[in-house]
Design a binder for this molecule. Structure first.
Ligand code: PMT
Length: 219
């Protein structure tokens, strides 16, 4: 962990959930708190990087002046914000839990409780990280994989399919890992390697991830 070891680098991090509106009062979301992404942003900033943090709705806050925080709501807004900066980014880290589907239509008025069942048609959202992978020129790309089964296979599949340099796997089967907790337990995969870490605080996990990124960049 070199002091100011990311000086001169621009690091873009996505964090938190996305909310996909159903009507003016309801949305489809998930349990992401944004903690993992904010820890990564603060650690990258400590190392001297210029940090662009693009976060979905989250109660996390930072007073770090080196972190440029952009708040978004939906996956489409997150995608657009990422691509305002992408050309200038050296390292991209996608820790956001982006909704894979969104309601096809957003009702203009609050949906009334009438029938016994209600069907909402969902359509696929853009895959932000996959698009980053497709448009990669010089960027070093780090994805996350949040899994509940076939963890390693799924993570390696995402590494390949999204054209990533490394992927951080967290499994909801590991106690204290994933959403909301202040802790996480990760495994990192590259095309050729694998490293497993113990359960740690998200600040420590952020340090491990950035140490790993830096070691890869020096290769
Ligand atoms: O926010 P916390 O409460 O601290 O929790 C942290 C976390 C569990 C959310 C985080 O560690 C994590 O695992 N983030 C990724 C969650 C996720 O959506 O994983 P995924 O396996 O579905 O997606 C794979 C990768 O593609 C992720 O890097 C994701 O950001 C990205 N993705 C997915 C779908 C999509 N439409 N666009 C994307 O960019």
């Amino acid at each position: 962990n070199q002091p100011r070891s990311l000086e001169g680098k621009t690091v873009l991090i996505t964090a938190g959930p996305t909310y996909e509106a159903i009507d003016p009062v309801r949305f489809i979301g998930n349990h992401s708190s944004g903690k993992m992404g904010f820890s990564l942003a603060e650690e990258a900033s400590k190392r001297g990087a210029k940090v662009i943090l693009i976060s979905g709705p989250s109660s996390q806050a930072t007073d770090d002046k080196n972190i440029e925080l952009h708040k978004v709501t939906s996956a489409k807004e997150m995608l657009n914000k990422v691509f305002e900066f992408y050309d200038r980014v050296d390292i991209g880290i996608a820790s956001a839990a982006v909704a894979d589907y969104a309601p096809k239509e957003v009702a203009k008025e609050k949906i009334k409780k009438n029938d016994d069942s209600l069907t909402i048609e969902l359509v696929k959202n853009p895959d932000i990280l996959k698009t980053m992978g497709e448009k990669k020129t010089h960027q070093f790309l780090v994805g996350f994989a949040l899994e509940t089964q076939n963890e390693e296979e799924n993570a390696k599949g995402k590494l390949e399919k999204k054209n990533l340099d490394m992927i951080v796997l967290n499994s909801l089967r590991d106690e204290g890992a994933g959403f909301k907790n202040d802790t996480n337990k990760i495994k990192i995969f590259t095309k050729t390697g694998k490293k497993e870490f113990d359960l740690k605080s998200k600040d420590e996990v952020a340090r491990d991830i950035l140490d790993f990124v830096e070691a890869q960049l020096l290769k």
